[in-house]
Design a protein around this ligand. Sequence first.
Ligand code: CAA
Length: 379
Amino acid sequence: MNFQLTEEHLAVQEAAREFANTELLPGVIERDTEAKFPTEQIKKMSELGFMGMMVDPKYNGGGMDTIAYVLAMEELSKIDASASVSMSVNNSLVCWGLEKYGTEEQKEKYLKKLATGEVLGAFCLSEPEAGSDATSQRTEATKEGDYYILNGTKNWITNGSSASVYLVIAQTDASKGHKGISVFIVEKGWEGFVIGKKEDKLGIRGSDTHSLMFTDVKVPASNRIGEEGFGFNFAMETLNGGRIGIAAQALGIAAGAYEMSVAYSKERKAFGKPISQHQAIQFKLADMATQIEAARMLVYKAAWLKDQGEDYAHASAMAKLYASEVAMNVTVEAVQVHGGYGYVKEYHVERLMRDAKITQIYEGTSEIQKIVISRGLLK
Ligand code: CAA
């Protein structure tokens, strides 16, 4: 067993850390307050190769492994989880499936631009009445000659307005249950495709989350990914990898809050000494660090399994379940360590606490992760 990171991994980690501190940190509080998408920051992340890290270089990607990706996600999420969720969706939920199951034509047309970050992607599965119960898709795609006619509504779509390429899951044959669900590439600007309201959220406020409406949108049949009926399995497989990204995000949020707590506890004095010298604070820091390290092991293990070509559905669900719980626990404790300062925006930890909550909800709630894990255990 080798816990050593390679030179390449360390370089990616360092580049992401540097970028987070110099480019994401300034302005992160304003972007959160104003719910402003980090457009300039994402552009720079694209230039650094963060938007298509694992894509084959022949499609303009970075050709890196999943470990490199989680290291970058962790570092960026310490500072700005709104920027990192855009990156995670683009890498894991859009590029991955297109590369694995797209046609050469689709990869040439879409993946090459997505991998460089020239355009952003969105993954459109959730609907007003199909969240956890993802098989209950109401969005319909009806075949008419060389086209499908797409009708329906998607909800809570990350990169909702900033994306240009949307992977849309839709029912093509309601009589077949999940085997009657397909997946299509839809472009922004097509007639009948309307970007709906932006959600006003508790956390990840810089991320643009929208509803999307499709009314008689003509989608070329050549924009279907895989066979008709493959869409649900495509979505489930995609989410297995996506959950590694979100687990890394949760890990980063927790680690960011912990690092800020250590620094603060060494500076802040109470009862005649730095609060880090009080056991009440030391016990908190020890618990936080231990939970973070355990989460890190689960996240890296899931990434490693994926890189080995092993089954990682179970491991990614475990990593996301645990890392998101740790993110919530640790950020609550970080606010407590900071006392009154922790409750105000200037000290960042209240934002990390709000951001942490979404990691227990998106890409499958904690309860969904437990379903995936227990099915793996009992099969
Ligand atoms: N990996 C691979 N395949 C899977 C799978 C997994 N984790 N879970 C299910 N499947 C496959 C099954 O093998 C089965 O395939 P076959 O018929 O070919 O054998 C098929 O999917 C149907 O499986 P089930 O009968 O088990 O399906 P189910 O209706 O019981 O649902 C579920 C399973 C786990 C609850 C699933 O619906 C689920 O994961 N729900 C949560 C959806 C989710 O995560 N949504 C997040 C939205 S995206 C998002 O949040 C993005 C963002 O903005 C950041």
